[in-house]
Design a protein around this ligand. Structure first.
Ligand code: FAD
Length: 384
């Protein structure tokens, strides 16, 4: 027998969960937001940028506008009975709900290689991770960032700007190539190298050497790179532990499978954010899963409106931003790595340009570097 009942239960107090709670609270609805972290909802992008650089504070990362939302932190939701509409918290307390939102985010992918347990090896997901990396980085010289995507490139840029010698080791030929292609990737490589970042491309890490603390990163081809500190950005996987246990349908990308209104396979249960694989009207109804901050926030809002009965499709064009120290800022609209040709506008030489990603004559994405100014046009072209 449940000890209490709430109209709207949100599981996961991150970006999507926070945005959903705010939307429900604004509508005057009763909402309970439950998250397993110590902190209230916060923005993760500063973890690799301003917080790591020491120019932003922990408090400035917290989500604004959650006054009046009932929030349980440090609380894991252990089980969800979607027939009875009851969630069980780790305290064993049972909560009956009218509608539930799963906004459980993603978990970092760990490298299981020799030496992975050595001190000085960092992953970044939570606020505390940025603080411990920053403290640890104070006294080191050589940093190796594993992974050529956003986390690896942003951290290498931030720590280089703080005076560290950074090397990026990656499987790809060019940094950020998976999202933006080889041509833009070459531009990012030149930018990073021009500021002193060393890039070791098409290389795989086989292990870490050291006695207690890491001293070197070992590569598959036998090379060894000196490292006083390592940051691993090897991607994430959607956190579907609770969803799977509750019998919700899981999609091809490993996320919770949803329709265009972000409804899961269980009545009254929605999903949003990194964990949500939805039939996207922007992508011709294909099921996609997107791991970006703004996308999570917008999906949280759509899910909340649908929990209130709107039955609205999530038609927002996904948007992403990233900064490489103060060397370059990039913004992107679109959201999936599927295109067969590219068109560059502006000047790559002068460092202000956009890349239009096309499939046939359909626009699939637009990358805007250093405010070239094409995002609105890109959004129009992508809107369903
Ligand atoms: C270091 C870093 C930098 C980033 N930088 C950028 C950037 O520059 N630009 C950009 O667009 N995106 C960026 N992102 C991505 C963006 O932050 C994510 O896409 C966004 O946080 C996803 O929001 P979410 O709500 O889906 O998941 P999360 O924010 O991860 O929140 C999910 C929450 O659910 C909790 N949870 C999971 N299971 C349970 C359970 N059973 N019970 C209770 N709680 C549970 C988790 O502990 C977590 O707190 C970055 C991400 C990271 C990690």
């Amino acid at each position: 027998m449940a000890s209490r009942r709430v109209e709207h239960l949100i599981i996961g107090a991150g970006t999507a969960g926070g945005a959903a709670a705010r939307t429900l609270r604004d509508a005057g609805a009763e909402v309970l937001l439950v998250g397993r972290e110590l902190d209230p909802p916060y923005h993760r992008p500063p973890i690799t940028k301003g917080l790591l650089a020491g120019i932003e504070t922990r408090e400035s990362a917290f989500f604004a506008g959650l006054d009046g939302v009932e929030l349980l932190t440090r609380t894991n939701v252990m089980a969800l009975d979607t027939e009875a509409r009851v969630a069980t918290l780790q305290s064993k307390e049972e909560i009956e709900y009218g509608n539930a939102l799963l906004a459980t985010g993603a978990m970092i992918r760990r490298l299981n290689v020799d030496g992975a347990q050595l001190d000085g090896i960092h992953y970044l997901r939570a606020l505390n991770n940025a603080e411990s990396l920053r403290r640890d980085a104070e006294s080191v010289e050589h940093v190796v960032c594993v992974g050529g995507s956003y986390i690896g490139c942003e951290v290498a840029a931030t720590l280089t700007a703080l005076g560290k010698r950074c090397t990026i080791v990656m499987l790809e030929a060019e940094p950020l190539e998976r999202g933006f292609g080889a041509r833009a990737g070459r531009w990012f490589r030149e930018l990073l190298e021009g500021h002193g970042v060393e890039i070791v491309a098409e290389s795989s890490v086989s292990g870490f050497a050291g006695s207690e603390r890491v001293e070197a990163v070992q590569l598959d081809d036998g090379r060894s790179l000196p490292a006083d500190l390592v940051v691993i950005g090897a991607g994430v996987q959607p956190d579907v532990m609770l969803a799977r246990k509750s019998g919700l349908e899981i999609g091809d990308s490993g996320g919770i499978r949803c329709d265009a209104t972000l409804r899961t396979s269980a009545t009254g249960v929605y999903a949003a954010g990194d964990v949500c694989e939805y039939a996207s009207p922007v992508h011709d109804g294909r099921h996609v899963r997107i791991e970006h901050e703004d996308h999570a926030e917008r999906q949280g809002e759509t899910a909340a409106r649908n929990m209130l009965g709107a039955a609205e499709e999530h038609r927002v064009v996904p948007y992403f931003f990233s900064d490489l120290a103060d060397w370059a800022s990039l913004e992107y609209v679109g959201g999936t790595a599927q295109w067969d040709s590219e068109r560059v506008e502006g000047s790559m030489e002068e460092g202000r340009f956009s890349v239009w990603y096309l499939e046939g004559d359909r626009v699939r994405g637009v990358l805007d570097v250093n405010g070239h100014g094409d995002l609105a046009r890109g959004r129009d072209a992508l809107s369903p």
